[in-house]
Design a protein around this ligand. Structure first.
Ligand code: SAH
Ligand code: MG
Length: 198
């Protein structure tokens, strides 16, 4: 990976107000995945490719990231960025709505990173669980959504998003097959590890 290019991609994304993953969230993920080499990663919400490029360092040599983005302009920019960062062999972009694309995927993944429409998190969770390997990890960014999720806030125009994020937290924490931690870092990160329920 070309780190100098990655730095430029990050700066431009911030200038363009693209909601890329925050530094402190990346640090938590770094600690979590330290020393791990993953074969397959699924990302929901590519934007301009920043997080996917960051995650490429966790891949083993023949590892791959599948990432989904529905905005055609962002897909275009992501493809350019991924080339510049010299990781085009490791990242495959699916262009379209994740709600339609996810059910067509039949891979299994070591890591799923959910970072797209908040109102769809419960659906993304169901799909992530379907394709998660034993001991796999599901991460969900923006899970605390500016603090709305843990407050009694519900008059906001984004209340559907808030309701669905709360449902995501409830489902992951109550699921006997998942060990879930909600970390108050960045905009909130949910970490769910698949455990053996038996
Ligand atoms: N993961 C990126 C940031 C993603 S921002 C990073 O950290 O660098 C969220 C992205 O998800 C946006 O670009 C948006 O267009 C996309 N998105 C939202 N809902 C989607 C859906 N249903 N299907 C596919 N992409 C979606
Ligand atoms: Mg995010």
């Amino acid at each position: 990976m070309n780190r100098k290019e990655l730095e430029k991609i990050k700066e431009k994304a911030l200038e363009d107000h693209i909601p890329i993953i925050m530094d402190e969230t990346l640090e938590v993920i770094d600690e979590l995945l330290e020393g791990k080499k993953l074969n397959r990663i699924l990302e929901i919400g590519t934007a301009v490719g920043y997080s996917a490029i960051c995650f490429s360092k966790y891949l083993e040599d023949d590892g791959m990231i599948d990432t989904i983005e529905r905005d055609p302009d962002r897909v275009k920019e992501a493809r350019k960025n991924i080339k510049k960062a010299e990781v085009e062999q490791q990242i495959q972009i699916y262009e379209g709505d994740a709600v339609e694309i996810l059910p067509t995927l039949n891979q299994t993944y070591d890591l799923v990173f959910i970072d797209a429409a908040k109102g769809k998190y419960p659906f993304f969770l169901m799909q992530a669980k379907r394709m998660l390997k034993e001991k796999g990890i599901i991460l969900a960014d923006n899970i605390l959504y500016k603090g709305y999720v843990l407050s009694d806030y519900n008059k906001h125009k984004q209340r559907t998003a808030v309701r669905n994020l709360r449902e995501y937290i409830k489902e992951t924490t109550e699921d006997p097959e998942l060990d879930t931690k909600i970390v108050e870092v960045g905009d909130g990160l949910a970490i769910s590890k698949k455990i053996n329920s038996k």
